[in-house]
Design a protein around this ligand. Structure first.
Ligand SMILES: [Zn+2]
Length: 301
């Protein structure tokens, strides 16, 4: 019995030590990453940004899920803006910013952002494109986003691909450029993946800097200052974190997506460590119980 207890204690100590090392290793990696995004040096002169979405329903390559993916990408930005503004009260002015989508069935005018689609893009590097028209001193007049249904490699965009590309391109329509950290939605390359990428505190902090003029006025005037074309780094008092995506902003999982998500979840170091601890504890408990229940031999003479 004593040996079993010793064995259990040693296993638990080793497992706790193991999980501590995993956590330390993760922290070490995080400490070395520099979180920064380049900005273009222009902004919108108002806070409610209208978005026209022109679905190509009559085209053979059109997928109705692209429209849902676009609406969810817009909602992802709106939710993250509200959450960032309430988490960091010094940037509460950002809560006035929102994207307001309208679905149009013909070429429209009078909007800030125009989202449209083409059948196929010219190169793998441009599966989405955003083009800003800017007037002096630094004000965007409008921004046109062109999304492709298919890449030159033959890859047809899935609903998840489209949402990830929309979220990235919307970042450009706000004046954010690229991030060197591959885990961020503003990383220059959007990989085809099975899950929707969340927005980060870095994306929203950079947005707060682009809209800094809103901290003291509701409309951009000549007394406001333009954002400078530069690289904006996340300050040390704000940690890098992701905003949770509301269930209604996630596409319905396909059976394949669900299986891959579940496997991915179980392969995470903290989950693996927790499972290992739980299995060891249960095994030890079972051994102890089994030994206790063993009937004692009674010798009757
Ligand atoms: Zn980009």
């Amino acid at each position: 019995m004593l040996n079993v207890r010793k064995l259990a204690l040693t296993s638990i100590i080793l497992l706790i030590l193991g999980s501590t090392l995993v956590v330390l290793a993760v922290r070490q990696t995080e400490a070395q990453t520099e979180y920064a995004i380049d900005i273009r040096g222009y902004t919108w002169n108002h806070s409610t940004i209208s978005v026209s979405i022109f679905p190509r329903e009559n085209e053979s390559w059109w997928e109705p899920s692209y429209l849902n993916a676009t609406l969810r990408g817009i909602a992802q930005w709106n939710d993250a803006i509200q959450e960032f503004a309430s988490n960091h009260t010094e940037f509460s002015y950002l809560s006035r910013t929102s994207l307001v989508p309208t679905i149009t069935h013909e070429v429209a005018s009078g909007f800030d952002i125009y989202i449209g689609w083409i059948a196929e893009c010219e190169s793998e590097a441009t599966i989405g494109q955003s083009r800003a028209i800017v007037k002096s001193p630094c004000i965007m007049i409008d921004n046109t986003v062109c999304l492709a249904a298919k890449a030159p490699s033959g890859h047809v965009m899935t609903e998840v691909d489209m949402q990830n590309i929309v979220v990235h391109e919307l970042g450009h329509t706000f004046g954010l450029y690229h991030c060197s950290y591959s885990g961020d939605v503003m990383y220059s390359t959007v990989h085809y993946r099975e899950t929707v990428k969340p927005l980060s505190s870095l994306d929203l902090y950079v947005l707060s800097q682009i809209f800094e003029w809103m901290s003291n006025s509701t409309q951009f005037t000549s007394s406001n200052t333009c954002p400078q074309e530069s690289s904006v780094t996340l300050p040390s008092n704000i940690s890098y974190y992701h905003f949770p995506i509301a269930a209604e902003n996630l596409p319905l999982p396909t059976p394949q997506n669900l299986a891959e998500y579940t496997i991915g979840l179980f392969l995470r170091p903290e989950i693996l460590t927790a499972i290992l601890i739980a299995v060891t504890l249960l095994t030890v408990a079972a051994i102890i119980l089994k030994r206790r229940k063993k009937p004692q031999e009674i010798h009757m003479k």
